[in-house]
Design a protein around this ligand. Structure first.
Ligand code: 3HC
Length: 333
């Protein structure tokens, strides 16, 4: 916090501490790791940041599927950089969650055992090369719409992580748009491939923003704490309004016959979302849930030797007797 931090307040009275916390949130100050915070605030942040971090690393899978089949060296280099960026985003977010006292091991364990969620969107398959473009344009576009307001989240480490993530996501969105534009302006078959990808990714992208406001369990409290700055429906509407003119420029059609400008509301109306599909995916019944989690668990197991080696290396170098002499005994002979 920029003013008197709750920990420096001369009291251990919980209600006094809570009053300082509430005042800091009301004044738009940042809460920092050592500040006093309500247990429920901490738990909500860990839940959301963990879900976010898991989404970043699981999200590497659908696109990595196309790295070996990218149509040119340029496209391959771009895609590899993007997938690496997502790993980096996971790292920033797990590190930010660690500042709240929850280690990465514990969070990964919860992901692998299905006790924590990751974004529904990554349970859909990438069937053609155009899906890489549709993910960049729509999925990264939805992520930016959702995440730019998180740069103003009340919790400092999360907000700061989001600044860099959003800058990188913005490149991702543009590469997807540019890829789709190239396909849309290409041959008839390429145009059809781009349209098919947009047809399949549009509705799941709208689901990324979460359930409708009246069914969102956490929104009201998260907004009161200024973790979330806008409701799920507000951000979904903003995303639709952004995408409509972009789809026109791309020469592609959004697969919603009900989509039209509403002069009175100053927004686009859009058709009903299939929330049954959303809940099915959350329950583990999406097209790729099983495959995504299996692959994640296997990657974790395959990486066990790296973690063991890193720990052994760190232990060796922190041991008091560790000197150059012990490493090279002949040097002192
Ligand atoms: N997929 C999976 N679960 C979802 C979901 C989605 N699209 N939308 C909501 N949920 C879950 C919530 O986590 C919550 O479950 P829980 O109680 O077990 O945690 C439940 O559905 C009820 O939803 P709420 O609206 O009450 O939940 P929130 O207030 O947390 O809002 C959210 C959901 C808008 C996704 C919010 O958590 C958020 O903004 N998270 C940070 C951003 C994020 O996680 N993005 C992931 C997108 S992908 C990404 O970033 C990778 C990039 O490379 C594209």
């Amino acid at each position: 916090m920029t003013t008197a931090a709750p920990e420096t307040v001369e009291t251990t009275d919980p209600s006094a501490l809570e009053a300082v916390f509430d005042a800091a949130v009301a004044a738009d100050e940042r809460i920092e790791p050592r500040d006093w915070m309500p247990d429920a605030y901490r738990a909500t942040l860990v839940r959301q940041m963990a879900q976010h971090a898991h989404s970043e690393i699981i999200g590497m899978q659908p696109e990595a599927n196309w790295i070996t089949r990218a149509p040119s060296l340029r496209r391959k280099a771009i895609l590899m950089a993007k997938v690496q960026d997502e790993a980096g985003h996971g790292l920033y977010l797990y590190s930010a969650a660690e500042t709240l006292g929850t280690g990465r091991d514990e969070l990964l364990d919860k992901l692998h055992s299905g006790r924590q969620k990751y974004s529904s969107i990554f349970n859909y398959p990438t069937l053609t090369w155009a899906d890489v473009g549709a993910i960049g344009w729509l999925v990264d576009g939805a992520a930016i719409t959702n995440q730019v307001p998180l740069c103003r989240c009340s919790y400092g480490p999360y907000a700061r992580a989001m600044v860099r993530i959003c800058k990188e996501e913005s490149f991702h969105q543009r590469q997807g748009y540019e890829l789709l534009l190239a396909l849309s302006r290409g041959t008839e078959a390429q145009h059809a491939m781009a349209q098919d990808a947009v047809d399949r990714w549009w509705w799941p992208s709208l689901m990324m923003f979460g359930p409708p406001d009246d069914e969102s369990a956490h929104s009201a409290q998260s907004m009161a704490w200024k973790i979330k700055r806008h409701s799920n429906d507000e951000l979904r509407q903003r995303f639709v309004d952004i995408c409509v003119p972009q789809a026109e420029s791309l020469g592609l059609t959004l697969p919603d016959p009900a989509l039209r400008w509403n002069e009175e509301r100053g927004h686009h109306d859009f058709g009903p979302i299939d929330w049954d599909e959303f809940h099915q995916v959350l329950r583990g019944n999406g097209p790729c849930n099983e495959q995504r989690l299996d692959r994640r668990r296997k990657a974790h197991e395959d990486g066990a030797w790296v973690r063991e080696a890193a720990l052994a290396h760190a232990a060796k170098h922190s041991a008091p007797e560790h000197t150059d002499r012990t490493e090279h005994p002949e040097a002192s002979a």
